[in-house]
Design a protein around this ligand. Structure first.
Ligand code: FAD
Length: 491
């Protein structure tokens, strides 16, 4: 794992900090299906045990035919299903989920929609050129706006909070790297008026409450209960006629002889359909071997922390965060729309240990979301209470935080940092929207509707998405080649 050397050159884009190096890559090996049993319960899944959607099935028997089969009930699959129905209410749409409803990355993440509206500029422009870099960042702002509008207009009960998120830089090198990114972004015509920059360390410390902060960049973001948001979307789709079937893993998608239809084979029977949408994210390679290497499953942890009294009630944190150290980043969601417990994700320094553990048995462990309380990561999260952090564990200041529980989830890491959206090459009628890295909440609300525009016959321009998101054989091969090269040079 290449935990980014923040500050030495450029900061990586928000949500793509997880860069797996050859030793820890599952590479071109067979990536797995979701665990059939033994998955742990995230905080979100713990909170909805009585919700009927958890094990919902629209009918006792699985239908044998459909106009469209969507595989995966995370944010992507559920939104795709809704958009398919909204754009054509006569469609018979079936949404299949291997396990409980929304129990993949969406039901396990850190609950942050943190659009990258400036930080990733340099890295993206190096990889995809200036125009695409600007489009990627603009897309994140648009996604945030759409997610917010959906929640507000539909009065979605998902404990949403909209406010100021802070990138907290903790060394002068990181401050310099951030300035370089911001300058390049502005030079390219980027509008930075939505980003509030504080370069005075004293002020940065005061505003962020992070001891040792050297600078702070703040902009708009959201935190929410992702499962509840997706459940709302699913209910809307069910009202439009969606058929949802949980606990129905798909084992293969095979062509029907002498027909352009596909047979979707599941544990409960076969569905024949002209249209299949792969919304399986980290698990995409299991059903689509052509995505192997281009999309890789990578486990991550989310830690739940009870803040001490000095950070509770009227003294609770007022922002969300990414606290950037030279050896890793912590994202902090203080659940201001909910119970005020902190959810810590990102790439904390000791994430390396998790990836070392996965590398010992990559095929099995890369999809193992049964892991809880992985101690090296928890130890690293405890650093947030230290002298270069919120400082609450120092000399009894504000009493102690309680490091409660942590759960795992599987990120769908794409080889080029971008999601794969569009028609699966050489498989007419099959579509994909996957590879959202640690950043789906700032992508999916535009990517999923964009995919449905393509399905409905629109051209790429109609999606409004950056061109570099489009899946192509070349892009899949490049991802594969990149991984192969990394593997080769590692040994
Ligand atoms: C610990 C952690 C923290 C994160 N924190 C954040 C964050 O704060 N902000 C952010 O933006 N992003 C975050 N992410 C990333 C984010 O959660 C994902 O990018 C996003 O949820 C992807 O959504 P999805 O619907 O594409 O995939 P998923 O939610 O993973 O959904 C895919 C679904 O497909 C199902 N499936 C797979 N294969 C099959 C099959 N063969 N048959 C039937 N069903 C199948 C799976 O069971 C799963 O439910 C985090 C991820 C993790 C793991």
């Amino acid at each position: 794992m290449t935990i980014p050397a923040n500050g030495s050159a450029t900061l990586r884009p928000v949500g793509t900090e997880h860069d797996v190096d050859p030793q820890h890559s599952i590479g071109l090996r067979d990536a797995g299906f979701p665990l059939a049993e033994g998955a742990c319960l995230s905080g979100w899944l713990q909170g909805v045990r009585r919700d009927p959607l958890i094990d919902f099935r629209s009918s006792k028997e699985l239908p044998q035919e459909a106009d469209a089969v969507v595989i995966g009930s995370g944010a992507t699959g559920t939104l795709v299903a809704l958009e398919l129905l909204k754009s054509n209410p006569h469609r018979k749409v079936i949404l299949l989920e291997a396990r409980e409803f929304c129990s993949g990355a969406t039901g396990r993440n850190a609950g942050h929609c943190r659009p990258d509206i400036w930080r990733g500029y340099v890295k993206y422009s190096q990889e995809f050129g200036k125009e695409q870099a600007m489009k990627i960042l603009a897309n994140e702002q648009e996604t945030y706006d759409k997610l917010k509008a959906y929640i507000m207009e539909n009065k979605v009960d998902c404990e949403a909070w909209f406010g100021n998120t802070l990138d907290v830089m903790t060394t002068d090198d990181i401050v310099a790297a951030a300035a370089q990114n911001m300058d390049a972004f502005k030079d390219a015509g980027g509008d930075a008026s939505g980003v509030n920059v504080i370069l005075d360390p004293e002020q940065a410390e005061k505003i962020s409450r992070v001891k040792g902060a050297r600078a702070v960049y703040g902009w708009n973001a959201a935190t929410l209960y992702p499962w509840k948001l997706v459940a709302h979307v699913a209910q809307e789709a069910l009202d439009l006629g969606l058929q949802l079937h949980t606990w129905t893993p798909v084992s293969t998608v095979e062509g029907v002889q002498d027909s352009s239809d596909w047979n979707v084979k599941t544990s409960r029977g076969i569905i024949r359909t002209p249209m299949v949408v792969h919304a399986t994210n980290a698990y995409a390679p299991a059903l689509l071997p052509e995505t192997k290497g281009a999309i890789e499953p990578v486990p991550h942890m989310c830690n739940r922390v009870y803040p001490p009294p000095a950070f509770a009630g009227s003294s609770a944190l007022k922002n969300s965060y990414c606290i950037i150290f030279p050896d890793g980043n912590y994202t902090v969601n203080p659940r201001q729309g909910g119970d005020g417990l902190l959810l810590v994700g990102g790439t904390p320094p000791n994430l390396q240990h998790l990836l070392d553990y996965v590398a010992e048995d990559p095929v099995t462990r890369s999809v193992d979301d049964g892991l809880v309380n992985f101690d090296p990561v928890t130890q690293s999260v405890k650093r947030l209470g230290g002298e270069k952090g919120f400082g609450w564990d120092v000399n009894g200041f504000g009493n102690k935080a309680f490091y409660d529980h942590s759960w795992s989830g599987i990120i769908g890491e794409s080889a080029d940092m971008l999601p794969f959206i569009g028609a699966v090459p050489r498989k007419p009628g099959q579509w994909i929207c996957a590879g959202h890295n640690g950043h789906g909440m700032a992508r999916i609300f535009t990517c999923a509707p964009g995919l449905v525009k393509l399905i409905n016959g629109g051209d790429w321009a109609s999606t409004g998405l950056p061109e570099c998101f489009e899946v192509s054989e070349g892009r899949l091969l490049a991802g594969r080649a990149k991984v192969a090269l990394r593997l080769e040079s590692a040994y």
